[in-house]
Design a protein around this ligand. Structure first.
Ligand SMILES: Cc1cc2nc3c(=O)[nH]c(=O)nc-3n(C[C@H](O)[C@H](O)[C@H](O)COP(=O)(O)OP(=O)(O)OC[C@H]3O[C@@H](n4cnc5c(N)ncnc54)[C@H](O)[C@@H]3O)c2cc1C
Length: 378
């Protein structure tokens, strides 16, 4: 039962955004730049954002050589270049908003470890650098194979390495914290613990029906003229016809490793495995290709199969000579589509969606938020 005070002051907004991940928070900030006087509300089901934005690995990357070559075969050169530019622009927008120091941004570069097909990939470095030169000025990729012994990787397993000098890394929790803080400064209201359960639309306005953390008696309807849905992997629950496939990513971190011999972001096996230094620890994730069917889920759970494989790679290949223990393990949920392209579009007269970040949202999220905000006001 709502009071007259609540009905008159707390339920109606010009814009409502569902999802307080990087896309939703960025969309809100971009909206505020265009609409200084609008009322803006973000509704988040978790007490903290509960999708991918605070669960990821914090790679601020435009794409590894292997990933880009695979994508070119799938999507063609133009679409891959556009995607790389969007990732780059998204990252610059995030950095401009937050400042590098508040998100621990470091540009240590990114490396792809070549386990198989070493020569095939190294031979493509020139091709990709030439293709990207008009957009990124300097060559991006270079052969870093001679660094393998310095980094201490198992030389029998890691046969080659390609360096990308513009990739970076950041602290995902600090990034969301800062975006959240900026939303507060910009008079953007965030309500957490509010799961949107339906979005009935009439010609006059749109109702956004929420309930508090699975308690049916707490249902509240908010009204808005424009709704922006930024729930990525979870959009099907609200709009079942939007095709986004959930994909779980599992992560672990090691204890501090004295004199850890490498810095930067690393990936191998077509990007299905990724690790980075987190100061002198290793954060390592991936392995969903071990069982796609089981990992195409929205269940935030870790599994023995994936966690064992991650530990195996750490001990056998990444830091074979150093003792460590595992201190943290967690999972997050990404949203994928076959065409690897984010979906930013008007869904109906009052609903716009910005979803399907395809596991690249740390770099892309701000750009997708910006595009979505512009779409919602045109
Ligand atoms: C383990 C892992 C590692 C990753 N590593 C990287 C990386 O290193 N670099 C990179 O670029 N990308 C990485 N990603 C992907 C990246 O994190 C995502 O692409 C990005 O965070 C997506 O942001 P988003 O805001 O669109 O979605 P999300 O962060 O998933 O946000 C959606 C939000 O909507 C909320 N929500 C859902 N349904 C409802 C509802 N009905 N009502 C209210 N709220 C709702 C969710 O709780 C969630 O907080 C990784 C992802 C994972 C899981």
């Amino acid at each position: 039962m709502l009071s007259i005070w609540e009905k008159e002051a707390l339920l109606e907004y010009d814009f409502i955004i569902i999802g307080a991940g990087i896309t939703g928070l960025s969309a809100a900030l971009s909206l505020r730049e265009k609409k200084p006087h609008a009322s803006i509300l973000i509704l988040e089901r978790g007490l903290l954002p509960t999708g991918a934005s605070t669960k990821n690995a914090g790679f601020a990357c435009i794409g590894t050589i292997g990933e880009n070559l695979n994508d070119i075969a799938l999507l063609g050169e133009d679409r891959v270049i556009q995607l790389m530019i969007k990732r780059w622009e998204g990252l610059q927008l995030t950095r401009k908003r937050t400042g590098d120091s508040s998100i621990d941004f470091e540009q240590n570069g990114g490396y792809e470890l070549l386990i198989e097909n070493k020569n095939e990939t190294l031979d493509k470095i020139n091709y990709l650098n030439t293709l990207l030169k008009p957009h990124f000025k300097k060559p991006i990729y270079s052969d870093a194979t001679p660094l393998i012994p310095t980094f201490g990787f198992n030389k029998k397993m890691v046969k080659g390495m390609v360096f990308n000098h513009i990739d970076g890394q950041l602290h995902s929790g600090k990034m969301i914290h800062k975006l959240w803080q900026l939303c507060g400064e910009q008079r953007i209201k965030i309500i957490t613990g509010a799961e949107v359960i339906s979005v009935p639309e009439s010609s006059q306005k749109l109702q956004v029906v929420t309930q508090l953390l699975n308690t049916p008696e707490s249902v509240i309807s908010f009204g808005t003229s424009q709704l922006l849905i930024c729930t990525n992997a979870f959009i099907k629950k609200l709009l079942p016809d939007v095709k986004v496939c959930p994909a779980r990513g599992q992560v672990l971190t090691t204890s501090p490793i004295p004199n850890l011999p490498f810095k930067g972001t690393f990936n191998f096996d077509e990007g299905y495995y990724y690790f980075r230094n987190l100061n002198n620890r290793i954060l390592f994730g991936g392995g969903r290709n071990l069982n796609f069917e089981a990992e195409n889920t929205i269940e935030l759970k870790i599994t023995q199969t994936v966690q064992h494989k991650l530990e195996w790679y750490l001990r056998e290949m990444i830091v074979p000579d150093k003792p460590f223990s595992i201190t943290e393990r967690w999972a997050g949920i990404m949203g994928f589509g076959i065409d690897k392209t984010p979906e930013v579009r008007r869904y109906s007269e009052r609903i716009c969606i910005g979803v399907k970040l395809n596991g690249m949202g740390v770099a892309l999220g701000s750009k997708i938020g910006e595009e979505l905000a512009l779409l919602s006001i045109t």
